[in-house]
Design a protein around this ligand. Structure first.
Ligand SMILES: Nc1ncnc2c1ncn2[C@@H]1O[C@H](COP(=O)(O)OP(=O)(O)OP(=O)(O)O)[C@@H](O)[C@H]1O
Length: 625
């Protein structure tokens, strides 16, 4: 055990400066050239608010990662492994305090995010793209726009070859095995060849052979000169052999951070007995699971002195080595280096991002049964059914009220037919957005604009088919202007439904959103003017009537069909009470040329839901950070 009172008396000879790679001239480096990287962190705290109380998740942690080495983060469940990865990678910045030094300079959060990548356990991917398409989009979004097509293809080929994914190159992501998905997530991030990579449990859910394969890939990435840090749960002895360094966590504190070879001797020197033929990872887990153990506390304190002290692991007699290393690192800092073949992320401009994202959305949409085929088919089938049920009633003065029921049904169907699919498609979409946005692939405005443009075709096709079929089959007025007015309103209503679905779907989880959208919108149907006339409502409910978008849609459709001096309807029975359209409108409190006003109110609703959708994306990013 080192001397507790002296920050700088750690015996580095046992660690070996060569073994850590700190002073060696990067014999392992090739992909990243001769460049050396080091991430040092000290006195890092991470607190989060839970039920109005602050919870300390990471408590004064210190450590260091160097390039060319594969580091495992070990510890019992809830020790803070994922949290440390989130904090070190810069994905969590709120509630974080501490010192982060990257290549001897204060870590600049945005620059560091560009130079690094974080691959979470549940790496969100778009299921309906192939491996090749996913890679192409990643290359298009992440590399500078002037990169030539052949160059991009070469990068993709190289990565696919390195990760042994040739045989599944043209397979849809949803058909990939767990191991292939993990490799694809690595492949996507390797596009920019980042010098620092963080992985959260890359082997979870994989069998021992696939796990070994993945860790072998990580080892290869480390040997290319990268810092590779990965959280791993109970690695086998065989897996453990591949790691160079370990960081052991216990209840938000670091018990040990350093070369793997020194972990067991360090624990032994603190008084923990290492059983014969035991897996060092299991030993680390047992040591870090100890509760209120003084020896464990000693280890934590020792690690702090080792890494949080000014001279960290380097002793005074290594001064010349330190100076030499500092010189090298100062010359080769990530941002300034021209020597490195690291391909820094250079997101495309707004227009290019918009084109790539729209193309990707349209591609996934056309392959999505719910989004396209089923939605169109259902709209057509229901339209034909409604047309058959309400056949030829449009000009029948004796069946005016039945025609109004038909109009109300159209409103309900168009609204829910567009709101519900938008909610259902939200979870995967927004998970991918959050990951890609936080990795700096594109701007929020580009994603937002792409959502507006890529969904337009469906918002155009479905209401158009639905309205046209019903309009013709039910013999509504044979006047093009009236048809155009009905079509316009149904289009606007579809967009209202779509944005309400997106706003709620991206703010809440799927179940809550599915309950909230009908739960909040159905009550407003009462105020549409269909069930109860507006003048019959008590004054308390009038404001609700004023904000009900169903009311404005109903009113606009009634105006389109019965307003604007439509002549009397045909009457084939003795007496038709609502033979006169103006009498009908008067009865329903919908008299006057209200169409333009109704459309304006509906457009305001669209703007409101669009704004809510935008805010929900901002909120999502804030929450993720
Ligand atoms: N945002 C948060 N608010 C409150 N507590 C949190 C938050 N995030 C994590 N924690 C708590 O901090 C502790 C560490 O969580 P973390 O997910 O980092 O653990 P872990 O070591 O990765 O666990 P596992 O191995 O089970 O995934 C846990 O007790 C967790 O409940």
């Amino acid at each position: 055990m080192p001397d507790k009172d002296n920050k700088c008396t750690i015996d580095v000879s046992t660690e070996g400066i060569d073994e850590t790679g700190a002073c060696s001239s990067s014999s392992q480096g090739n992909l990243l050239g001769q460049q050396q990287f080091k991430l040092h962190f000290s006195n890092v705290f991470y607190v989060s608010k839970q039920n109005k109380t602050l919870v300390t998740i990471l408590n004064d942690i210190c450590g260091e990662f160097t390039s060319g080495r594969l580091t495992a983060i070990l510890g019992p469940s809830g020790a803070g492994k994922t949290s440390i990865l989130n904090v070190l990678s810069g994905f969590k910045a709120t509630g974080v305090k501490g010192k982060f030094i990257f290549n001897e300079k204060e870590r600049h959060l945005l620059a560091f995010r560009k130079a690094s990548c974080y691959i979470p356990q549940d790496f969100a991917l778009l299921d309906l793209l192939t491996v090749q398409e996913t890679m192409c989009d990643s290359v298009d979004l992440k590399l500078p726009s002037e990169t030539r097509a052949e160059e991009k293809l070469k990068i993709i080929d190289d990565i696919i070859q390195i990760l042994n994914m040739e045989k599944c190159r043209h397979r849809l992501v949803r058909n990939l095995s767990g191991g292939e998905r993990k490799r694809l997530s690595m492949a996507i991030e390797l596009v920019t060849n980042p010098p620092v990579m963080f992985f959260d449990e890359p082997t979870s859910g994989l069998d021992s052979v696939a796990s070994l394969q993945i860790i072998n890939y990580l080892k290869r990435l480390a040997l290319d000169g990268r810092i590779i840090v990965c959280v791993i749960h109970q690695p086998s002895s065989k897996l453990m052999k591949l790691f160079d360094d370990v960081l052991v966590m216990s209840r938000g504190k670091v018990v040990y951070a350093g070369p793997k070879a020194d972990m067991v001797p360090t624990f032994e020197s603190a008084g923990f007995a290492f059983p014969d033929f035991y897996n060092p990872a299991d030993f680390a887990l047992e040591v870090s699971s100890e509760e209120h153990n003084e020896r464990l506390q000693d280890l934590i304190e020792w690690n702090k002195k080792r890494h949080c002290g000014e001279c960290t692991i380097l002793s005074a007699d290594m001064d010349s080595c330190v100076n030499e290393r500092t010189k090298i690192l100062n010359i080769l800092t990530y941002e300034g280096s021209k020597l490195s073949v690291v391909r820094p992320k250079a997101p495309a401009g707004f227009c290019r991002q918009l084109i790539i994202l729209t193309r990707r959305s349209l591609r996934t949409m056309t392959r999505n049964l719910i989004a396209v085929q089923l939605r169109v088919i259902i709209h057509v089938i229901v339209a034909v059914l409604v047309g058959a049920v309400f056949w030829d009633i449009g000009n029948d003065g004796a069946r005016t009220l039945t025609n109004i029921s038909c109009i109300f049904f159209i409103i309900m169907f168009i609204f829910f037919g567009n709101a519900m699919p938008s909610i259902l498609l939200c979870p995967q979409d927004t998970a991918v957005f959050t990951r890609e946005y936080l990795n700096g692939w594109y701007s929020l405005s580009a994603y937002y604009a792409s959502k507006l443009t890529s969904d337009l075709p469906m918002l155009l096709i479905c209401p158009t088919l639905f309205t046209t079929i019903i309009y013709i089959m039910t013999s509504q007025p044979d006047v093009f202007a009236r048809f155009a007015m009905c079509w316009g309103v149904s289009l606007i209503l579809a967009i209202v439904g779509h944005f309400m679905g997106l706003a709620f779907g991206s703010t809440f989880d799927l179940q809550t959103a599915i309950l909230l959208v009908p739960g909040l919108s159905i009550p407003f149907m009462i105020f549409s003017g269909f069930f109860i006339r507006i003048h019959e409502l008590s004054a308390i409910f009038r404001p609700l009537c004023d904000i009900s978008f169903y009311r404005y849609t109903m009113e606009a459709l009634m105006q389109a069909i019965y307003g604007y001096d439509r002549p009397d309807l045909e009457c084939h029975v003795e007496f038709c009470y609502f033979k006169s359209p103006s009498k009908l409108l008067k009865e329903l409190d919908m008299l006057g040329d209200l169409y333009g006003h109704d459309v304006i109110v509906l457009l305001i609703w669209i703007l409101l839901f669009k704004l809510l959708f935008f805010l929900s994306l901002v909120l999502r990013i804030k929450r993720a950070q």
